[in-house]
Design a protein around this ligand. Structure first.
Ligand code: E4P
Length: 217
């Protein structure tokens, strides 16, 4: 499973990228707001750090304006994936922008039917929002499984990008469900390294090592 980082925080992206943990980046208007940066400027900087797909989201509501915004965003760098919403206009924009040769990430997906439409429109990525479904007592991970089954049934090439990931368990479950990609905030990716038994074991080893009176360096 590929790891995308769900942030527009350049320092956090660079830190994870140095560790080889970043296969791509996703941003959205809320993350751009959080960064306090200009969308074109910060996206260009991210594309200079990460070689994989960097999603930049359009904000228009009609297809023609989405296409114009998408073309402008795609001109930032060759690794831009234009993010469009899963609306009828968004699907129209997806078809045109993929026809232009750009990667397109169809976002705000909450049902298998929506994912089926995105694949038919030629989306490069479909972004089902796991956490937001869980927030309303629906099963986000079940949606990932349904989309996996449908895409495999018909050999759709659209990649399932599990989004709205809130915990390390979501990352494990997305991998088990066969998501192609999971995008998560930096803190969630770092939390995947944590285990209480690792901490406890380290404490014991350090205590015993101190008793040996030895040094390695
Ligand atoms: C990524 O593409 C999405 O925009 C993001 O994962 C949404 O996450 P949230 O539901 O935590 O805002």
């Amino acid at each position: 499973m590929k790891f995308f980082v769900d942030t527009a925080d350049v320092a956090a992206i660079a830190e994870l990228n140095d560790l080889g943990m970043v296969d791509g980046v996703t941003t959205n208007p809320s993350l751009i707001l959080k960064s306090g940066r200009d969308i074109l400027e910060v996206t260009r900087e991210i594309c200079g750090i990460v070689s994989g797909p960097v999603s930049a989201e359009v904000v228009a509501m009609d297809a023609q304006s989405m296409i114009a915004e998408g073309r402008k965003l795609a001109a930032i760098a060759p690794n831009i994936a234009v993010k469009v919403p899963l609306t009828w206009d968004g699907l129209k924009a997806c078809k045109v922008l993929t026809g232009d040769g750009f990667m397109v990430n169809v976002t705000l997906c909450f049902s298998a039917n929506q994912a089926l439409l995105a694949a038919k429109a030629g989306a490069t990525f479909i972004s089902p929002f796991i956490g937001r479904l869980d927030d309303i007592n629906l099963d986000g991970m079940e949606l990932i499984g349904d989309i996996r089954t449908i895409y495999d049934n018909y050999d759709f090439r659209t990649q399932i990008l599990a989004a709205s990931i809130r915990s390390a368990n979501h990352m494990k479950d997305a991998a088990l469900m066969g998501a192609d990609v999971a995008t998560a905030p930096p803190a969630v990716i770092k939390a995947m390294a944590n285990h209480v038994l690792t901490d406890k074991g380290l404490e014991q080893f350090n205590a015993d090592w101190a008793k040996t009176g030895q040094k390695i360096l």
